[in-house]
Design a protein around this ligand. Sequence first.
Ligand SMILES: *Cc1c(COP(=O)(O)O)cnc(C)c1O
Length: 813
Amino acid sequence: MKLTEENFKIDYMAAIHATTARQLEDTSSLERYNALGQMIKDYIGSLWANTNASYRADGVKQVYYFSMEFLTGKFLENNLHYLGIYDVTRKGLRALNIDLEDLIEVEMDQGLGNGGLGRLAACFLDAMSSISIPGHGCGIRYKNGLFEQKIIDGNQVEFPDRWLVNNNVWEYKRPNKAVEIRFNGHVETYMEEDRLCFKHVGYDAVRAVPYDTPILGYENNTVNTLRLWSAEEIEDIFDFEYFSKGNYLSAFEKKHSVEIITQILYPNDAYDEGKLLRLKQEYFFVSAGIQSIITTFKKLNLPMTEFSDRVAIHINDTHPALAVPELMRILVDEERLDWDTAWRITTNCISYTNHTIMAEALEKWPLYMMKDLLPRVTMVIEEINRRFIDTLKNIHQYTDENKIHQMAIINDGIVKMAHLAIVGSHSINGVAELHTEILKTRELKDFHNIYPTKFNNKTNGIMHRHWLLNANPRLTDLIEDTIGDGFKKNPIVLRDLLKYREDKAFLDKLYEIKHQNKEDLAKFIKDKLDISVDPYSIFDMQAKRIHEYKRQHMNILHVMHLYNQLKENPNLDMPPRTFIFAGKSAPSYYVAKQIIKLINTVGHVINNDKTIKNKLKVVFLPNYGVSLAGRMIPAADVSEQISTASKEASGTGNMKFMMNGAVTLATLDGANIEIRKEVGENNIVIFGLRDKDVYDYYKNGNYNAFEVYNADPALKKVIDQLINSFLPVPKDEFIPIVDRLLRFNDEYFVLKDFEDYRDAQERIGLYYRNKPHWMKMSLTNIACSGAFSADYTIDKYASGIWHVNRKSLDFKL
Ligand SMILES: *Cc1c(COP(=O)(O)O)cnc(C)c1O
């Protein structure tokens, strides 16, 4: 949009007065931030209204992306860039003696997600808007996002994330669009003109109130909607009788029991807790979302049979899989369609992304629990299951009762959400080539046999405008000066940078930028943790959720090994290294928390040992989230993507690091394989078991961790150091880690891959020392990262799964 500095100042001063009723010099940073947010929101308002009006006028097909998590982070900086008013805002504020950076700092992260899955949803929203796809998010407005992590005495300690304390300037509460959600009670049947009908009675009703956040497209006048639902009591729940008798607490008890539904985000990544409240959350937002989609559709005055021509519903993992029976329930019970018509509409609407194959992450609900909470929806699931089993027997001629039992949606009193999602959708996609292959040939092989055309791959992507343009302005400027700004809308043109692979002046500039980013991070580490790190050392980073399959413990065991070598020979010729970790553990995941403790304990020993001449440092940065990621990633030299092969469905951290010029140190897992394909094998460092080796070991049961431990003295030494008083902790502190690695035979092959990992790290050291060589590798990674932009991923979802078209908007501010 067009905005002069003069007009900016007029609008901003008006916003200051309107929102604070104070003179500018008397306002706090928070008030200044809120005023700026309010002002931007006003600009966005007319674009948003226009977008919705135009979608409705043309009746275009719209996508609704249902996700339990949206890890969006901050909005201010992005919105300024997308409106094209970042520079004028900065200048205008400067003239008023305000630093835009300070205001950006004030905004709290919207941390309504655990990790990759939630962040993917956020990147996809941006991409849908930016490539002009009519597509919206649907989720939960958790009062508390993912917990805040502090490190106290080396341990993770969790604190509530009260992200709403200062108000959320970006959202619009829309009480007039609230809907009712019904839990518990029972189902009555009755006949109406030959038709058997169902009525849910005796239920407890909850009000779902939507809060809408505008999602801007990049310089294209499109504003889609992220609609998050909050639970409130229905008016008459409040108990006047208690209240008037002076029993105030009881009067509010029921209100509290309702509001708890959207109080917290479950802090588990890739783990199914199986709690009743979680099931409530899932139904709550799915039912609310579908009800509001149907209301919107009805404004078009079309027959219900055209629903799936105008609406695509995507479910991000199985958490929203109740969309299948809920849509069926509404179409059959309320819209009075016959089952087969309703089923055709439902399966045509819904598509499903599978995010993991790890058994502990697959959602399963006890049938009795589901029946109690959702009596009618469960009946619908039972009918879907009955018909599915019929199809297996009669259409596919299955006679193997065992196989039918395994494939059923409900068996042994358990409802399997993945099976429900597969049967009830027209598309099932994996998130990287290897992952999709594993789904088709192993984990979901039986389903692939009967539905071969439903399965497809959509490799994850990231929002390059966030992870490159916002996070790394120095690099962005260099790229723009070198190849122009075409990459902002079409990131594949980053490939033009390959021409500069032999250009020493360019590589020097690239080195200088990386170095400045490292200086910035070193300063941040000094301020936060009082640890001095050398910006000339290799910044080797592993930043992601802490999990045994991601193998942060393999990384820290290798650090201990380097330390042992330095202790034996302080003059060892080794490039100085700084190992930087960040990530949260699920609060109830004991071993993962011990891994955090181990990293901090080893860090304490190494960082305080003067004899190794600062050749080694270990840093654990607390509270990993979108903002911290944006600070860390531009300063990385090495990106650790070292999961056990077959376990990481895709990974997206790997793509962000690559885009910022880090060299990937990786197993052949998830999207690492596709990164290798893009950059070529000379520009990535690969090690470790392949997925096939891992499956063979599991199948044959012929892996013996003790043998590996006994055969490798360097490995044995570091494992022994966990429990022989080498570390300043009680002797039994790390026994649980050692037990996992030895007594329980090392499920994730940490010991097996250790030697190969050590060699790979040595290669990293050699390459790094050859500066021109290293910078060429770094440049190649940046240049080839465009392929992983979420813009392209979403384009493939739109044409291959959703069948929606781009809708260009010419309205301008
Ligand atoms: C990208 C991202 C992740 C995912 O990282 P992986 O390495 O793919 O597990 C997790 N958390 C945050 C905050 C992220 O930005």
